[in-house]
Structure formats: structure tokens, C-alpha cells
Design a protein around this ligand. Sequence first.
Ligand SMILES: Nc1ncnc2c1ncn2[C@@H]1O[C@H](COP(=O)(O)OP(=O)(O)OP(=O)(O)O)[C@@H](O)[C@H]1O
Length: 341
Amino acid sequence: MIHLHEVVKQYGTGANQIVAVDGVTLSVKEGEIFGIIGYSGAGKSTLIRLLNGLEMPTVGTVKVGGLEISSTKGKQLRMARQKVSMIFQHFNLLWSRTVKENIAFPLEISGVAKVEREKKVAELIELVGLSGRENAYPSQLSGGQKQRVGIARALANDPEVLLCDEATSALDPETTDAILDLLTGINKRLGLTIVLITHEMHVIRKICHRVAVMEAGKVVEIGDVLEVFQMPKEPITKRFVAQLTEPTDAKEAIEHIGEAFPTGKLVRLAFVGERTEQPLLASLIRKFNIDVNIVQGNISHTQAGAYGSLILQLVGDDKIIEQAIRYLHEHDVQTEVIGND
Ligand SMILES: Nc1ncnc2c1ncn2[C@@H]1O[C@H](COP(=O)(O)OP(=O)(O)OP(=O)(O)O)[C@@H](O)[C@H]1O
């Protein structure tokens, strides 16, 4: 559905030159929810704006649904933008228009007749869960309701791709989850391709099928969300994954247990899917003559299944600990020794 080939976006010239996107090649499949994560200044906004022609690449090509956006201009580009719509962090609603007038706006622009327009607006209001709020003004709505209006408006012209620019960053955690559930439902129901940018790993975990990690304009890591969670390769990806799998108190717990039990090995286990439900720990203790202390653990759910992370202290004979770690490997559990001797 979307193909970027060696895309560079440069702003300014000479000493003021900034390379915001630096040689990005990636594809997004039809019907996929694709997340782009990175810290502030990584180039995410620039990249997403290249997908609807709000920015044109300095070098490289951007293709969406067979059309080369990067060489399209004028009326053809305006038509293409109807197929690639966008929602924003601060909603960008028209404050003097009601909910239904905001949603009708893109339909008016594309010349849809009044009767048809009203029918479509009513369907969209139902779809995003705003029934009863049709005549409210944006100032009378909560943040979550405003974003629902933004989503309905973005869907008005039946787009093929929905771009989400930090769409939940201004919302509280509960409202964020409700909006992410709405986007997942729309993706399933309408088969819409969704590309979102975020700096929150929670958003990636909850709704994305695949993820690209951006740093200094480059995509440094890309893959299925579950795979990236299980085996992050780049240091920046490890930091993002740790946002979810290792709460801040885990570091303290590791230090504490390290002091209390200076022997043995601290091992981080990462396991996916059915493995999260197997009593592997019980069989580890039964099978090997070692002490096992649980330092920290959690299970997260992604679109592709469950992902578990567990930090253990294994105390006992070195050779037996090595055998125990091998046993975990044989049961498809990723292990990493993170502390002690
Ligand atoms: N129109 C512009 N003119 C000049 N520089 C720009 C412009 N837009 C972005 N940049 C620069 O390009 C780099 C990437 O910015 P971009 O906004 O794409 O990153 P980001 O990952 O989306 O960060 P944020 O979340 O803070 O928006 C930054 O150094 C930024 O200052």
C-alpha cells in the first residue's frame, strides 16, 4: 500500500541545513497498523507528512496505493489526499462548527449532495460513538470526544490510509486506550491501513502489527511488534521496550536483591505466545537443584499475542545454572544474563 524508497528530506541550506529524514526505505502493507516510534526530533512528523504530500522529499520516492505522491501536484494531489487522511494531536477542529458540521466539512469540499452528506455524517457519528452529541461545539467536548470527531471527519471521504500524528498524546491513559480501541475496531471493520507516529511504546504495543524505530532521521530497526519486543536489537529500541517491561522500581529491586544475595546470576527471560501460559518456572525449580528468586515480571498483550518478561536470580552451582539456562533456551525462552558473577 505504501512504499518509501531511499527518501531524504532536508530543510535549509549550508550551515542551517537539517536532514530530518535520512535515507528511509520501508513498506506498509494494506490493512496493517504500522507504528513509527522515536524521541522528539527523530523525524517522525516529517516522515508522516511525506505520505500525504504535505512535504515533498528532497531525494527518493513515496508511493501510496500505486500513486507516486512525491511527483504529484495540483488537483491530482488534492484528490490523492482524500484517500490519505490524517488525525492530529490537537484535533484541529473548526471551533465555530458543531460536531456534525465538522464531520460534514470534507464532504462539502468534495461536493457531496446534502441528503447523502447527512446520511454519511449520521453513520460516522454512530461509528465513532458520538450519538447524542451531534449538535455540540468542540468547546463542549472532552479530549477523547474531540478526537472521535477528528476520526469521523478523517473517515468522511472513505480513505484507504489513515495517518495518526501523536493522536493520543494529549489524552489521559484511559481515554488513550478508548481511542486506540476505536482505531483497532475501524482497522478491522473497514480494512483501513493505519500509520501512526508516537513516542509511547504503550501505543505500539496495544494496536500496531509492525513497528519502525526512528533515530536521527533514520529507521534503525523495523519488524513485527512481538519480535521487536522479544528481541530488541538497537540500544534505543531496548530503551523503548524497557518503558513497558521494566518499571522504574525494577532497577531498585535488582540492586536490592543483588546486595541481599550477592551470589548466583540475574537472568532476564523474554517469552511469547503460549510460553507465557506454561508453568516453566515450576519445572525449572523441580528439574534443577537451584534457588530461584523472582525479582520482577510482567505480561503484556500485543495485537499478535502475549509477551512476557521475567527477571530471576538463580543461585546454585555454576554448571547447574548453565544447564538451567540451556533448558530455558530449549523451551524457546530468550535469556540474557544481566548481573552478578
Ligand atoms: N519545516 C521545517 N523547517 C526546518 N526544520 C524542520 C522543519 N520541520 C522539522 N524540522 C527539523 O527536522 C527534525 C525532525 O523534526 P520532526 O518534527 O520530523 O521530528 P519528530 O520526531 O516528529 O519530533 P517531534 O515529536 O518533536 O515533532 C528536527 O530537527 C526539526 O527541527
